[in-house]
Design a protein around this ligand. Sequence first.
Ligand SMILES: Cc1cc2nc3c(=O)[nH]c(=O)nc-3n(C[C@H](O)[C@H](O)[C@H](O)COP(=O)(O)OP(=O)(O)OC[C@H]3O[C@@H](n4cnc5c(N)ncnc54)[C@H](O)[C@@H]3O)c2cc1C
Ligand SMILES: *[C@@H]1O[C@H](CO)[C@@H](O)[C@H](O)[C@H]1NC(C)=O
Ligand SMILES: *[C@@H]1O[C@H](CO)[C@@H](O)[C@H](O)[C@H]1NC(C)=O
Ligand SMILES: *[C@@H]1O[C@H](CO)[C@@H](O)[C@H](O)[C@H]1NC(C)=O
Ligand SMILES: *[C@@H]1O[C@H](CO)[C@@H](O)[C@H](O)[C@H]1NC(C)=O
Ligand SMILES: *[C@@H]1O[C@H](CO)[C@@H](O)[C@H](O)[C@H]1NC(C)=O
Ligand SMILES: *[C@@H]1O[C@H](CO)[C@@H](O)[C@H](O)[C@H]1NC(C)=O
Length: 474
Amino acid sequence: MRLTVFLTSLLSSLTLVHAVNTTVACSLLNGLLPGKVAYPSSDQYVSDTKHWATGSSSQASACTVEPSTPQDVALIFGVIQKTRTTWAVKGGGNTFNPGFSSTDGVLISTVRFKDIQYSPMSSTVKVGAGNLWDDVYAKLIPLGATVVGNRVPGIGVGGFSLWGGISWKTQKYGLGLDNVVSFQLVTPTSQILNVSAHSYPDLYFGLRGGGNNFGIVTSFVFKTHPQGQVYAGVVTYSGLSIQQEYVDFDTSNKDPNAYILPIYVYHGGVLSTNALVFYDGPVAPNGTYDAFFNAANLTSNDVKTRSFLEFQQTIHIPAPTRTATHVVSIANYTKPIVDAIVTQHLNLSNVFADAEFIMFTMEPLYSSIFDSSNGGAYPHTSAHPWKPFNLFLGYTNPASDAAAMAAVMSAATAVQQIAIAEGKSSLDAVLDINYAGLGTDLKYLYGKNLPLLRTLRAKYDPHNLLSLTGGWKL
Ligand SMILES: Cc1cc2nc3c(=O)[nH]c(=O)nc-3n(C[C@H](O)[C@H](O)[C@H](O)COP(=O)(O)OP(=O)(O)OC[C@H]3O[C@@H](n4cnc5c(N)ncnc54)[C@H](O)[C@@H]3O)c2cc1C
Ligand SMILES: *[C@@H]1O[C@H](CO)[C@@H](O)[C@H](O)[C@H]1NC(C)=O
Ligand SMILES: *[C@@H]1O[C@H](CO)[C@@H](O)[C@H](O)[C@H]1NC(C)=O
Ligand SMILES: *[C@@H]1O[C@H](CO)[C@@H](O)[C@H](O)[C@H]1NC(C)=O
Ligand SMILES: *[C@@H]1O[C@H](CO)[C@@H](O)[C@H](O)[C@H]1NC(C)=O
Ligand SMILES: *[C@@H]1O[C@H](CO)[C@@H](O)[C@H](O)[C@H]1NC(C)=O
Ligand SMILES: *[C@@H]1O[C@H](CO)[C@@H](O)[C@H](O)[C@H]1NC(C)=O
């Protein structure tokens, strides 16, 4: 009894200290950055704290701040160091994991970093960290160029490029992080650095997979690539279909322009398959997608020659209330692996009563996906071109958080066991960082790079401001 009283008062005094630190931080910021700080219920606050998964990825913050220059970010880190308030940095707000770009303390939104400058002579584009990929495509596609950006609308350049980034162009040009030429970074000690392979090779290594561990990136220079018309669209089927067709495609495709992304969906009590077809050219060679266009259970097919932008903008993925996700790395898909995926999908929709929707996404990526890797924090090599199989569960009730994650992990483990038995996965296979579920051991994200990355983090964050935020903390 007395112990309970003691613990309760200890907890409330801790909460009080935290509240005081955060209140002080917000008023210091308000003085330093007038017009850029927002408090609850203002329009700026509402948009700053908004996330794709509104229920699990948003949190009530004490205040939000919208820096518009790297110097603003340097001032913000000064206040965080002085007050030791909790904080977070948000780009597009698409994280699957709670607490990664949300906080009860000071939320820093990159939304005012909106610059986009294309340099056709050097085939690069400088992009402010607050842009969505949609903004970058809208500028480049009419000029016949593109970037290794996101496949569907609404995703931020920040999280995508700093943790990984699988694009429609990945089979030819690698991950998003393989296409970063330089970063403008504000470190936790308020240094403003232009990080490239030549200027700060250690940070250039760390930022390609290290996410928010080395500070806040305010802009990126990305490589650009030519982009003409594409032969693309969505094909839908009833039920969990195109299983053998999918295995055959994964086994036989030798064309890095040819891509298909089948998603097994459960939504409103109904099972269906949505296949996103993408051919990087105005026409696909005869026969490329015949098996899919002639498959059983087909309900619609809008694949046609169109602009890349028009295709990218028409894909709609419904937003969930809360999410639990994870990923399995698979070298190649065999029928027993797809059977296991189907079994686990059916089991999840049967056992998880609170399911809002379920998406299991298979990536039959061509084995060249990591050929453009030149290292970085994320240990991806052409010797192990792991393809992500992504499990996604959307649900509504906060009381289901632990059960949802456990159910997703159980399904992932069951699929991985079959993949290992088939010789197509491995217990130490590196996972896609953006798709990995909360609680994943960092050794599955960074492998042998982990000790080096921890040393690097300590060097650039000597006051341990990372302990006050979320994400994959080194
Ligand atoms: C509908 C949907 C479709 C998706 N499709 C794909 C896909 O096709 N391919 C793919 O690879 N991924 C995909 N993703 C995953 C997506 O890449 C990740 O969620 C990514 O982290 C989102 O970045 P964000 O800036 O929008 O997210 P946020 O939630 O804002 O940020 C995510 C993480 O990055 C950090 N961060 C963001 N900006 C900065 C910055 N400027 N400096 C330092 N740290 C920063 C945040 O602190 C947080 O830890 C998809 C996600 C959704 C919701
Ligand atoms: C608040 O700040 C004080 C001193 O700066 C620090 O010791 C304390 O740990 C901080 N509280 C929290 C919850 O971070
Ligand atoms: C880094 O510096 C180079 C050379 O001055 C410049 O071209 C580039 O735009 C800078 N990168 C960023 C992200 O600001
Ligand atoms: C067609 O859909 C049903 C479920 O509606 C499924 O059981 C069957 O496997 C599908 N057929 C093919 C060939 O994919
Ligand atoms: C592709 O198929 C069409 C119609 O079946 C035919 O007219 C065309 O010649 C074929 N093209 C090639 C390159 O085989
Ligand atoms: C179905 O899911 C439940 C809950 O996650 C799990 O305990 C059970 O083992 C699963 N069944 C199969 C066949 O994988
Ligand atoms: C996967 O498929 C590719 C291309 O067919 C092949 O080169 C590679 O050896 C396969 N990997 C495994 C682990 O089966």
